[in-house]
Design a protein around this ligand. Structure first.
Ligand code: SF4
Ligand code: SF4
Ligand code: FES
Length: 505
């Protein structure tokens, strides 16, 4: 470790680390455009200037290694003037169209201007005009006038996805970002350039003009699009007289899982939370009152008892799956997790996995069978099959099952009219719970959006049947889940805030 002095205060920093990393890690505000921890330095924007004692001129913190005893100034008249001058240069040809820009409210340029700019324009010549509203492909729109040419987007396609769709063309103040002739921005991670772009030059075709960012409230969740289980922010808002709506998913940094990025498929999967929801309960194809259908389900389970098979989805949380195991034990029923949601073409060497469910590993850890042979065996003498978190009725029909069939899920589906009972449940972002990813990392998804829908929370549903009051994830951990061998040494409290690797023997 090195000891460095920043604005008169001593801090510890990693010897030889990049100065900007250490300053940012210590909560010191260093304006920067071109530097990004995932892309490294480029040194083109000059925004990260600091004064270093012994050096004649200010230096860029993104290309300066830490050395023991360094004395640094990030504030003061001199450095403020330097930053103001650089900002003035950045903004010479900028249209300053913040009121109609989708990035307003989360724009680095806007923030830095308010922090250190605050000058009046000295320009009395016309600005350079550049093209606006350019569809780059892959849901990304480019506004060339707003671009500060930091090249983060170019370096992302060059160094991270290695798809090389973007480049800087033409020289000097006529330079602009472009796709290469005849190509489009089209890789499965393309929308990450929207988050990387520090200004409003790259915006999301899907999100833009739908909501001002200052109305959005972020909640933490994990993506249920595949077994990677990337960490996400769920940005949602409830407007007066309207239901709560999710407007976008954004990557949430997680060094163990997804780093700074997510794939476009996962990013856009927020739509399933808003659309095509199952709005009613059904009994034998007829719409039913929600409470009545719940009572009916309770009665069915009591009637069929050991003749019941629960076919669970690997999208359920660890707590939900565990509780169904407890319930099936109590009823003498069977439980299975067979599910065919795999897509080999989806997998790549970055994040995406062919298993398109977030919690299949939970079946292995909870010792629940999830193969076709066991399903065939278990279904043989059953009179009632309940699909939970899924609606693939054909999986059961293809096995020639002729007994009663029920579904508890959040999505609307075609065959609901021919089933004995259908009950809507809350969706992925409306209940909390743990998920175990493909690499045995356990994460807690805490996002609980309260939608204005009649839908049952599965933990509450099971606790009503068992009459044991275990309605929360914490109750479930304390009631036995937390004592299971594979969770030895892991406390619910730490899972709630950390990503933890399950030690496999
Ligand atoms: S479009 Fe955005 S990320 Fe790309 S160079 Fe311009 S400002 Fe940087
Ligand atoms: S890689 Fe998988 S978990 Fe990650 S964002 Fe994409 S679909 Fe979601
Ligand atoms: S962030 Fe250091 S030069 Fe751009």
């Amino acid at each position: 470790m090195a000891t460095i002095t920043v604005d008169g205060k001593e801090i510890y920093a990693k010897d030889d680390a990049t100065l900007i990393d250490e300053l940012l890690a210590n909560g010191i505000n260093i304006p920067h455009f071109c530097y990004h921890p995932s892309l490294g330095k480029d040194g083109n924007c000059r925004m990260c200037m600091v004064e270093i004692e012994g050096k004649k001129r200010p230096q860029i913190a993104c290309d300066t290694p830490v050395t023991d005893g360094m004395i640094i100034r990030t504030k003061g008249e001199n450095i403020a003037r330097v930053k103001r001058q650089i900002l003035e240069l950045e903004l010479i040809n900028h249209p300053v169209d913040c009121p109609i820009c989708d990035q307003a409210g989360e724009c680095s340029l806007q923030n830095y201007y308010m922090d250190v700019g605050l000058y009046d324009s000295r320009l009395d010549t016309p600005k350079n005009k550049k093209k606006k509203h350019i569809d780059l492909g892959a849901n990304v729109m480019l506004d060339r006038e707003r671009c500060v040419l930091c090249t983060r987007c170019v370096r992302f396609t060059k160094n991270i996805t290695k798809t090389h769709e973007l480049g800087v063309v033409v020289r000097n103040d006529h330079s602009y970002i472009s796709t290469f002739p005849g190509t489009k921005l089209s890789n499965p991670y393309a929308m990450n350039v929207i988050d990387l772009c520090p200004v409003g030059a790259l915006t999301s075709k899907d999100f833009r003009f739908h909501q001002r960012v200052w109305f959005l409230k972020p909640l933490e969740a994990i993506c249920d699009g595949c077994s990677r289980g990337c960490s996400l922010f769920v940005d949602h808002n409830k407007e007066k007289y309207k239901d709560d709506v999710i407007y976008r998913y954004r990557p949430r940094f997680n060094k163990d899982i997804n780093g700074y990025f997510i794939c476009d498929y996962g990013r856009l999967s927020y739509k399933k939370e808003n659309e095509n929801r199952l709005l009613n309960a059904y009994i034998r194809g007829m719409e039913s009152e929600f409470e009545y259908a719940l009572l009916k389900m309770e009665r069915l389970l009591k009637r069929y008892n050991s003749k019941t098979l629960f076919l669970l989805s690997p999208t359920l949380s660890l707590e939900e799956i565990y509780r169904f195991k407890v319930l099936s034990k109590k009823l003498g029923a069977q439980i299975n997790g067979f599910d065919e949601n795999f897509d080999e073409n989806f997998e790549d060497d970055m994040l995406r996995k062919s298993d398109k469910t977030p919690n299949r590993k939970a079946f292995t850890y909870l010792k629940i069978k999830d193969d076709m042979d066991s399903l065939k065996e278990q279904i043989k003498d059953k009179d009632f099959v309940l699909l939970v978190g899924r609606d693939d009725v054909e999986t059961i029909e293809n096995l020639g099952f002729e007994g009663s069939l029920g579904v508890m899920n959040y999505r609307d589906f075609e065959q609901k009219d021919k089933l004995d009972i259908v009950i809507p449940t809350v969706s992925h972002t409306s209940r909390d719970g743990c998920f175990i990813n493909c690499d045995d990392f356990i994460q807690f998804s805490s996002c609980k959006i309260d939608k204005n829908l009649e839908a049952v929370n599965l933990l509450i549903f099971i606790s009503t049947i068992l009459n044991d009051g275990k309605t929360t994830c914490e109750d479930v951990w304390n009631s036995g889940l937390g004592k299971m061998d594979f969770l030895k040494g892991i406390k619910f409290k730490s899972v709630k805030t950390n990503t933890i690797k399950i030690e496999t023997k």
